[in-house]
Design a protein around this ligand. Structure first.
Ligand code: HEC
Length: 236
């Protein structure tokens, strides 16, 4: 998840399925989830991190951008993507029902009504959780600083923006994660044989939970519009 521009995400569903809406709760619970306990948790320092992330800007794209192509991509984005992905879009920050979205359901199903109730009922901390909930889909996230966020979707199942704009059956079934070399042509951290040789971890989309289907928005755009859209996304 992008840890920047959190002020702009103030009313977003947080975590991929939007299981909470309070950033303070997410920070506390992430501290607990990552090994702190009710005695060792350092709430002042978590508060400082949260305050710092509020207005932290994303890293700008570090390679040249074709401004004319990006300008064309902006109109494609506004027509096909902005309602779900621009700050201020009607659906941005809200969960999109899974049946419509079509991406892998396992992550969504791993969190239940009972889990949300259980977290909101916890009374052994100096604080109470109030905002855990169960939703019916994955959140339409904002795309600011999208270029280094690959692999894409909640389960990291799609290696490049180009692949996300391809019909699911043409998306790569296997690729490698965890390699730092960036390919400006593909707009992605290298995930092919070079990544494998450097010790990258194999990601297999045929395993349960790793499915790369769904999110077919933009897959029927003509190729030049796709490249224009990708050029525009570099500027976000
Ligand atoms: C109806 C709402 C909707 C529309 C329209 C839509 N998306 Fe999405 N998008 C989503 C949702 C929901 C997710 C998260 C899905 C998941 O992770 O399973 C997502 C995820 C993404 C991601 C991955 C984000 C990340 O951090 O991994 C990218 C990139 C993206 N969309 C690009 C686009 C582009 C480009 C368009 C326009 C062609 C578009 N989307 C149209 C709802 C939408």
């Amino acid at each position: 998840m992008p840890l920047w521009n959190w002020r702009k995400r103030a009313d977003f569903g947080l975590h991929w399925d939007g299981l909470d809406t309070s950033s303070a709760e997410i920070f506390l619970n992430s501290g607990i989830g990552n090994g702190a306990n009710r005695r060792t948790i350092d709430r002042d320092s978590l508060g400082r991190i949260e305050a710092w992330l509020m207005d932290l800007p994303p890293a700008p794209y570090p390679f040249p951008v074709d401004a004319a192509l990006a300008a064309r991509g902006k109109s494609v984005f506004e027509a096909a993507c902005a309602a779900c992905h621009a700050f201020g879009g009607d659906k941005t920050g809200t969960p999109i029902p899974i049946d419509r979205l079509g991406t892998d359901r396992r992550r969504l199903e791993s969190w239940t009504v009972a889990a949300a109730r259980g977290f909101n009922a916890l009374d052994r901390y100096a604080w109470r959780y109030r905002s855990f909930r169960k939703t019916g889909g994955y959140v339409a996230v904002a795309l600011d600083g999208i270029w280094p966020r690959a692999p894409y979707l909640h389960n990291g199942s799609v290696p490049t923006l180009w692949d996300l704009l391809a019909p699911p059956e043409r998306r790569p079934q296997r690729f490698h994660r965890g390699h730092i070399e960036f390919d400006p042509k593909q707009v992605v951290f290298v995930s092919d044989a070079r990544a494998a040789a450097a010790g990258g971890r194999l990601f297999d989309t045929t395993l349960p939970g790793n499915g790369n289907h769904g999110h077919e928005y933009g897959t029927d755009l003509p190729e030049p519009s796709k490249w224009a859209l990708i050029e525009y996304l570099k500027t976000q």
